[in-house]
Structures are given as structure tokens and as C-alpha cells.
Ligand binder design. Structure first.
Ligand SMILES: Nc1ncnc2c1ncn2[C@@H]1O[C@H](COP(=O)(O)OP(=O)(O)OP(=O)(O)O)[C@@H](O)[C@H]1O
Ligand SMILES: [Mg+2]
Length: 391
């Protein structure tokens, strides 16, 4: 397989200013000492074979966007080299590449021409682009009036209709609603079948495991793991746990917001270590500034291999709010923890009943451990009552 992207030992440094000097004297004498160069990327090498999908994960500030920008040719690395083959379409940041004063239509033509399409080629694709973005009523509106979701829809629609050999996507899909996300994922699957090359930044481990052939984990600008997606996601989790980093995988419109959430053990205290068979309570404090019709609160538990092990929601449990407004507390009481050991990750969500609208989703933000006891061999904990009588 030929390499679509070859990144060889690249490094990119930026200048960081500690404190902004204010007086002229300070500016003259301190400016230099207040500035320091740091490497946002260092010694990064990666070969992406044609037709593969590479997932790029890592904590905030680890260099993911910088690497994508270097591949896209928007940033020039200070050392090392990058070669790419074929047209690159990228969806890097919200609205990047869009001119706010121009209309959606004008931006489509502008973007397509930057990507090397002629006016006639764009004419031919225009209806598909607008149709995909679902923006017919807004296409002649200046994009500065677009919502962030509309920006992403148009950006994604242009990127996937210019016939790119390489598609670079920086965590922007989370902005659209669920229906649009599904459409984008379908398009990505189509691109994969057509043998196009994709580099995909995401914080959602599910997506990495589902979509990517290969995954790269960055930390402090360096490659710390590379390979099979599930294994690299596991390394990522360990890294986050070790460095006690926040996941920051929130998404949603916040029409209903998860203000706080806690896990309680059998004695009521908030803990993160449980024993098999424990009663565990997942408690969410929610707030809706304005009335929301029929929201559903759900949780899901994943294990270290990123397997979905259990989940349920208020709807299935028969709890409904025709009109949800103000502050609410919701508790899910798990009567017997069936796990016998290991680390688990909890995703919490509030969404519409048909799941098309996500109000707030916190993906795998909460972590708990189950201690393995000698009295619990095997795979699951089953509460057992012993009855014995002499006959
Ligand atoms: N133009 C710039 N000037 C100075 N520093 C920058 C610039 N762009 C990025 N950085 C810094 O480089 C580091 C890597 O940033 P980058 O945006 O690549 O991280 P990331 O992995 O995409 O993070 P996130 O998950 O938050 O999107 C950060 O410390 C960031 O502050
Ligand atoms: Mg980024």
C-alpha cells in the first residue's frame, strides 16, 4: 500500500509569553525573558497508508490540532518533513476557511476554488452540498449569522463533496445534532469503502474503536502509543487516570444541563472504589433554564476494554417529565454491583426521547474501581442466599 501521508520527524514550536509586560522599559528589558519557546510537537513520525483511517487522540493541548494543521499545510513544521498525495480537504475548526461577511453560497464557491475545483465543477456539486448541509433556506445568508451547528454542516458538506483523497477532521462533529452526526458517520463509512484516507481527531473512544484502523496517542507533543484502536484507547485512559486529567468530553445544547454528578457507595459517602455486590447510586443534579418537553436521563457503563456493559434510562424505568424546568435531582440506584474487579467508566446523558437532540452528554467522565476479593472468583457477582437444613 502506498503512503498517502508520510510525516517524518516533525517538530513545531510556538512562543509562549508568561506575563504581558506593560511599561516601555519592561517591554524593552523583559520581553525576551518573558517569552519562551516550547515544542507543541516533537519527533513525530507517522505513515498513513492510502485508504486507512487514523484516529488521533490525546489530552487537551497535546498537539492534535497542530499535527492536523501541519498535514493540511496550514502550519509549516520547524523541523522534519511531510509529504502527502492527493487533494486534502480539512474540517479543522469551527468556521475555519469561511469568510463571515460572505453568504453560504459565496463561501462554498470560495472554499471549493481554494481546494482546486473550477467554477463548473462546483456548479455541478452545489445542490448536493446544500442538500447534504440541509441549509437551503440559509444558503444566501451571510455565514456570520449561522449557528455553530450550521457552520459545521456547511463545512462538512463542502469537505466531502470536493472529491478529496485525504480528509482531515478535527473534533467538530460533536457540534451538530445526532441526526447530522449519523449522516457524517455514514459519509465517513462511504469514504472508507471508496479507499480514501482519513485522519480523525476525537475524544470519543467509541468512535475511535468503531471507525479507525489505526490510532495514534499524543501527549505533550509526542507519540506515546500507536496501533490497534482499543489498545491505544486503553493507554489513553491509563494516561488520563495517571495524570489526573479531566476528560472534557462534554457535548450538547445544554437546554438541560448536568450541573454535577456523583457516585455513592452503600454507606452514602461519595467514593470511587466499590466491592462486588455493593449498592451503588449514580446521582445527577440537573438544571433546565427553560421548559423542555419529555427529556430522558440515561447512564451507560463501559469497561476497560471499552465494552458497553450496562445502561438504562429514566424512560425505560418509567420515569417521565412532560415538562422539565428548573432544578431536579435524579438517582439511579444499582442494587447489586455485578462486577468482580476492574475499572469502569460511566457516561451520563440527557436527551430527547428519540435521541435526536442531545441536551448534555458527558462521555466516560466518571470512573470507578471494583476491588477483586478472594471470595469472588469468576466473571460476575451473583447475590446468593444459602439455605441449609438437616434432614
Ligand atoms: N498559534 C499558536 N501559538 C502559540 N501556541 C499555540 C498555537 N497553537 C497551539 N498552541 C499551543 O500548542 C499546544 C498544542 O495545541 P493543540 O491545539 O495542537 O492541542 P490539541 O491536542 O488540539 O488540544 P485540544 O484537545 O484542546 O484541541 C498547546 O499548548 C497550545 O496552547
Ligand atoms: Mg485541538
Amino acid at each position: 500500500m502506498a503512503g498517502a501521508i508520510a510525516v517524518e520527524g516533525i517538530g513545531k514550536h510556538f512562543r509562549r509569553y508568561r506575563e504581558r509586560p506593560s511599561t516601555l522599559k519592561e517591554r524593552m528589558f523583559l520581553w525576551r525573558s518573558n517569552a519562551e519557546d516550547f515544542w507543541a510537537l516533537r519527533d513525530v513520525s507517522v505513515e498513513v497508508p492510502e485508504g486507512t483511517t487514523l484516529g488521533l487522540i490525546g489530552p487537551n493541548g497535546s498537539g492534535k490540532t497542530t499535527l492536523l494543521k501541519c498535514i493540511a499545510g496550514i502550519l509549516r513544521p520547524n523541523e522534519g518533513s511531510i509529504t502527502t498525495r492527493g487533494r486534502i480537504a480539512s474540517l479543522l475548526a469551527l468556521g475555519a476557511g469561511f469568510h463571515p461577511e460572505l453568504t453560504g453560497r459565496e463561501n462554498v464557491y470560495l472554499n471549493a476554488s481554494i481546494l482546486g475545483l473550477s467554477r463548473q465543477e462546483t456548479d455541478r456539486r452545489f445542490d448536493d452540498i446544500v442538500g447534504f448541509a440541509e441549509l437551503p433556506d440559509f444558503i444566501d445568508t451571510q455565514v456570520k449569522f449561522y449557528s455553530s451547528g450550521m457552520y459545521v454542516r456547511l463545512g462538512f458538506a463542502v469537505a466531502v463533496h470536493v472529491d478529496p483523497a485525504i480528509l482531515l477532521i478535527d473534533e467538530v462533529l460533536a457540534v451538530g445534532d445526532i441526526a447530522f452526526q449519523f449522516k457524517c458517520l455514514d459519509k465517513i463509512a462511504e469514504f472508507q469503502r471508496e479507499g480514501r484516507t482519513i485522519v480523525f481527531v476525537t475524544h470519543a473512544p467509541d468512535l475511535v474503536a468503531r471507525l479507525c484502523d489505526d490510532t495514534l496517542l499524543l501527549n505533550h507533543g509526542q507519540v506515546v502509543a500507536r496501533g490497534e484502536p482499543r489498545a491505544v484507547v486503553r493507554d489513553f485512559r491509563l494516561l488520563m487516570a495517571r495524570e489526573d486529567l479531566a476528560y472534557g468530553w462534554d457535548q450538547g445544547s445544554r437546554e438541560v444541563e448536568i450541573v454535577s454528578a456523583e457516585l455513592f457507595g452503600p454507606d452514602g459517602g461519595a467514593v470511587a472504589v466499590f466491592s462486588p455486590g455493593d449498592v451503588v447510586t449514580i446521582q445527577l443534579d440537573l438544571r433546565a433554564p427553560a421548559p423542555v418537553e419529555d427529556p430522558v436521563v440515561s447512564f451507560a457503563i463501559y469497561d476497560e476494554q471499552n465494552q458497553f456493559v450496562f445502561g438504562t434510562n429514566t424512560d425505560w424505568q418509567g420515569v417521565r417529565w412532560p415538562r422539565f424546568e428548573g432544578k431536579h435531582r435524579v438517582q439511579f440506584v444499582l442494587r447489586h454491583l455485578p462486577f468482580v474487579g476492574g475499572r469502569y467508566y460511566v457516561t451520563l446523558g440527557v436527551h430527547s426521547r428519540d435521541s435526536r437532540h442531545v441536551y448534555h452528554l458527558q462521555e466516560q467522565r466518571y470512573v470507578f474501581d471494583v476491588v477483586k476479593g478472594d471470595e469472588n472468583p469468576g466473571l460476575v457477582h451473583i447475590p446468593v442466599e444459602v439455605r441449609a437444613e438437616r434432614l
